[in-house]
Design a protein around this ligand. Sequence first.
Ligand SMILES: Cc1cc2nc3c(=O)[nH]c(=O)nc-3n(C[C@H](O)[C@H](O)[C@H](O)COP(=O)(O)O)c2cc1C
Length: 579
Amino acid sequence: MLETAVQCVLRYHEQTKHHLNRYARSLGYLDWATQPDPFRRFDGAPQIPLDHPPPSPELLYDALFTGQPVSTGRLDRHAISRLFYDSLAISAWKQAPGAGRWSLRVNPSSGALHPTEGYLLTGTVEGLGSQPAVYHYSPYAHALEQRVALSGDEWASLTGGLPAGAVLVALTSIHWRESWKYGERAFRYCHHDVGHAIGSITFAAATLGCEARLVTSIGQDALAALLGTNRQHGIEAEHPDCLLAVFPRGDSYPARPPAVDVPTTLLERLATSEFAGSPNRLSESHHHWPVIDEVARATHVPVDETAAEEGTDEPPSIALPGAPINRPLPAQQIIRQRRSAVDMDGRTSLPRETFYRMMARVSPHRGFPFAVLPWPPCVALAIFVHRVADLSPGLYLLVRSARHERLLRDALKPDFLWRRPAECPDDLQLWCLMEADCGSAARTISCHQSIASEGAFSLGMMADFEPSLRHRGAWFYPRLFWETGLIGQVLYLEAEAAGMRGTGIGCFFDDAMHDLLGIRDRSWQSLYHFTVGGPTDDLRLQTLPPYEHLPLHDVPATAPTTEGIAWQTGLNVGPREPS
Ligand SMILES: Cc1cc2nc3c(=O)[nH]c(=O)nc-3n(C[C@H](O)[C@H](O)[C@H](O)COP(=O)(O)O)c2cc1C
C-alpha cells in the first residue's frame, strides 16, 4: 500500500529521534573538505548595498510588547536596511588565537550552519531601485541582490490584498548546509531555524512600527516561481519555506492573515524571464540523505494553507501584577547582542518575577509577537527549574492554550502534582508537576549537555503532534518547528533583557523526555529544547565588529573562504551526533 504523506512524516520523525543508546543517522564525523559555504551569492546580479544604521537608544525593548506602534511604519530605504540589519545580518565575528574567524548573525542557527536565506519583494523604493523587484538578501555584504524586476501593475496585483505600504519577505532553506553536519535530523533543524528567522523579522519589523504576518494564501510552487528558486536543482537547491507580509501597524491586529494573490499571468511571465545572477556553488561534493527529500516532498504545500486560517480564542495578553516594566534596554541593542551561551555558570539565579515575565512573554496571545503565526498555539513547555529564587526546583508545565490543559492532564503521568506555584499570576497557566532536583535528568536528556542543567532553567517544547498532523495534514509538520523556533527566539531576547543568556538545544533524546513525562504515544512530542542562565564566557575568543570586512557602503566581489566557519561549527554546537 502506498505511504500517505502523514505516514511519511511520522516515519521521518521516528527515524530521526536520538536515543540514549543511538543517535539519528549522520556521517558521524565532520567532513571539512565538503563543508558548505554559509553565504549564498548570486554572482552577476546587480547589488544594492544597504545602510548600516546605528541603534536608536530611545526605542526600548519592552515597548515592543505594549501593543502600541513605536515608529511611523514607513518602509523606506533606511527602514528596509534596518529590517535586515536587525534580523538576518551578521552581528559579530569571533576569532580564537591561532584559528580563523567565523561570523555570528542576528538570527541563531543550529551549528551556526545558517541554512535559511532571505528575500525581499518590494514596490519602488527611492534609493533601492526605480522599479518593484525581487531581491535576495546577502548577509555577508549586507546588500540586496536584484534577481528580477516587476512592473508596477504586477506589484499592485500581487499586493492588492495587503495594507498600503507593505513589503514581502520570503525565507528559503538549503537543507544541505545542515545535513552536511547533522545528517537525517537536519530537516528538523532547518525548520527550527526558519522559526527563529520568522521571530527575528517580526522583532525587527516591530522596531519600525510594522507588523509581520505569515501569508497563507500562496503555495510553495508559486513562491519558488516568484523567487526564481525553482530554477535551482540538486542538493544545494533552496526550498521555499514561507512568505511574510511586513506592513505599517494599525491600531488593531487584522483578524485574518493577509492575502497575496499570485496572478497566473505573472507566473507565466516569470517562467520566461531571466533572473539575474547564478547561485554560487556551496561544496565541491556532497553526501545525500534521501529521507530529507522524502519528508520535504511529503510536507510540500501545493496550493495554500487555508486550513491554517483558524481563529484563536486565546486571551489577548497576560496581565502581570507588580510594577510596570521600566527597563532602559534599547530594543536594537538587545536584538543585535543576542548570543548563545556555550557554558552556564551553575550559580546564577533568576528572580521569580523575571521568570514569570518570561513565561508570560512566551504565552501566546493575539498580539506581539505570536500573531505572526496564523494558527492557534500547538506547543506547551515542560520546564526544568534549577535556579529561580523562591521557586522550588522541579518540573513545571506552561500550558499555552486553553485547549491543552485537559489533553495534557490526560497524557502526562497521573501522579503529577498540578499545583499552582506561589505568587503565580492568575492568567499564567504555569503548573508545578513535581518538586525535585532535575539537573541530572535535564542534562542527560539534552544529549548530556551541561548547559541544560547549569542554567536557571531549561525546557522541552511539547507539541500537540500526531493529532495536529492528522487534522491539518503533513504540511503542518515544519510549522510545528516554526512555532518552537519563534518561542526560542523570544526566550533568547528575554534572556538578554534579563542580563542572562539562552541557548537553543536541538540535540536531545526524544523518547527519554517523553518517558519522563509519562507520554506513551505520539499525541505530544518534544520538538526543541532550550536553556536560560548565567553564561560563562570563553575568554580566549575575541569579538570583532560585524562589517569590518566591508569598506562601508561598498560591496566585495567575493565572500570569504569558509575555513573560519569550519572551526566554529566544530566548537559551539554541543556534542557531535554520531551515527
Ligand atoms: C535550532 C538550534 C539548535 C541548537 N542546538 C544546540 C545544541 O544542541 N547545543 C549547543 O550548545 N548549541 C545549540 N545551538 C546554538 C547554536 O550552536 C548557535 O546558535 C550557533 O553557534 C550560532 O551562535 P549564536 O547563537 O551565538 O549566534 C542551537 C541553535 C539552534 C537555533
